[in-house]
Write a protein that binds this ligand. Structure first.
Ligand SMILES: [Zn+2]
Length: 437
């Protein structure tokens, strides 16, 4: 494990931003201070003007293994994560079969330990994600699983969701909901409205999301349990969550980089690369999401990284599967949504690292789970899980050059500002000058 000296960076500590050097030795943050002298044999990295903060944590990664290894594997997903600045990923349970039991969760955790970063797992709320019988959440919680979700679809039955919340409460775990009422979302493929009508594409309404957000807030209130809302996409959803937080309910939420930077007008190309659930919304919704993010009302930016093998995405808009890649472009897009030169580095690391780490309970070293601590404070003695972000860098997205096995990014060819330059995961330098080590 090589000793690394990060020189001249802006350190985003939990107590504020300071300009200092930072040394990583024996896997931990060994020293922080001004003008640290390089030690013999040490790798010195000049990070002048760059931001050094806790490694990013993605609450919403579709790793696709087991079941769809043509699209992604745990190993390739981890590589994509590292390039994107992530030192921890939470794998979603809508694999084939679904992660609804101890054996499958153990498999993903074990495969995750073979990667350089931390792979945590979300378990399914219901057996087979069918929305009917509860999955053995207590047994999975025994492995350290902290988040449960049927993501890919929402739990449609209010009665099942209420039972799940009551079951989850004494376990101390958090349920996460993909909010879409299936009877309202129907077979819609893009945001409902005048544009969908003019394009002759079936609409998927905002109210299909909002009605489930409202329902689940009421269920959280009645059970005293806790909830995380995945990939919220409308202004109204954010208003509902903000009001519930003011009320004191234990509710958290995330938005995705794509809902912060793309709107429904992209669907006019009929290119299924822009098809995602929930769909890209109106420009009004995009502005409302950005405003809420900038005001610190959103707990996390999460990617909803959804790889699809080329042959499956290469179909007509109506027929193509929903979802787009996210890991390798998330930091630049979050930086964009936060106003680039106006971007507050503390808020940036709050939504990409400390917020999601807190929600997934990854901040403390989870001995049972065997996972390293994330979203740290940047204190001497902490295990080093660090990301260096260069706000001055520009780069062009090349779908063919991504680490993901898939290439379904809607940002191919787009010039981005701000890029992850280095990542230290579990004390080891795994990305240097933007390249995997
Ligand atoms: Zn989802």
């Amino acid at each position: 494990m090589k000793t690394v000296l990060l020189q001249g960076g802006r350190l985003i500590t939990a107590a504020g931003v300071i300009e200092a050097d930072l040394r990583v030795s024996n896997g931990i943050i060994a020293e922080i201070g001004k003008s640290l002298a390089p030690a013999t044999g040490e790798l010195v990295i000049d990070v002048s003007g760059q931001w050094v903060g806790p490694g990013f944590v993605d609450l919403h990664t579709h790793l696709r293994e087991p079941g769809d290894e043509a699209a992604e594997t745990i190993s390739s997903g981890a590589r994509a994560g590292i390039v994107g600045g992530f030192t921890a990923l939470l794998g979603m349970p809508n694999t084939q079969p679904a992660l609804d039991n101890v054996a499958l969760v153990s498999f993903v955790l074990a495969e995750g330990k073979r990667t350089p970063i931390t792979i945590a797992v979300a378990g399914a709320i219901t057996q087979g994600r069918q929305g009917e019988q509860l999955a053995p959440m207590a047994e999975m919680a025994g492995l350290g699983v902290q988040i449960f979700t049927d993501d890919g679809s929402g739990v449609q039955s209010a009665g099942v969701m209420r039972r799940a919340l009551s079951y989850a409460k004494p376990l101390g775990v958090r349920l996460a909901q993909h909010c879409e009422d299936a009877t309202l979302a129907g077979a819609g493929v893009m945001n409902e409205g005048a544009l969908a009508e003019s394009l002759g594409l079936q609409g998927r309404s905002g109210i299909s999301e909002e009605i489930m957000v409202q329902r689940d807030i009421d269920l959280v209130r009645s059970t005293g349990s806790r909830m995380h809302f995945l990939h919220l996409s409308t202004a109204r959803s954010i208003d509902l969550v903000v009001a519930a937080k003011v009320e004191g309910l234990d509710i958290t939420c995330e938005v995705t980089p794509h809902h912060l930077t793309l709107d429904e007008s992209t669907c006019a190309t009929y290119d299924p690369i822009f098809k995602v659930h929930p769909p890209l919304r109106s420009s009004h919704d995009v502005l409302a999401l950005r405003e809420a993010l900038r005001r610190g009302l959103i707990d996390a930016v999460a990617t909803d990284h959804a790889p699809h093998a080329p042959e499956s995405k290469d179909r007509a808009f109506d027929e193509a599967p929903a979802g787009m890649l996210g890991l390798e472009t998330a930091a630049s897009l979050t930086f964009e949504a936060l106003g680039q030169e106006k971007c507050d580095p503390e808020l940036f690391f709050s939504v990409l690292s400390r917020g999601p780490a807190r929600i997934a309970k990854l901040q403390k070293n989870n001995e049972l789970h065997g996972l390293s601590a994330q979203g740290g404070e940047l204190l001497v003695g902490e295990e080093a899980n660090l990301t260096v972000f260069n706000p001055m860098a520009t780069w062009t997205v090349d779908a063919r050059a991504l680490q993901s096995r898939a290439s379904n990014t809607p940002f191919d060819g787009r010039v981005m500002t701000g890029r992850v330059s280095a990542v230290i995961a579990k004390g080891t330098l795994v990305l240097h000058e933007g390249k995997l080590q």
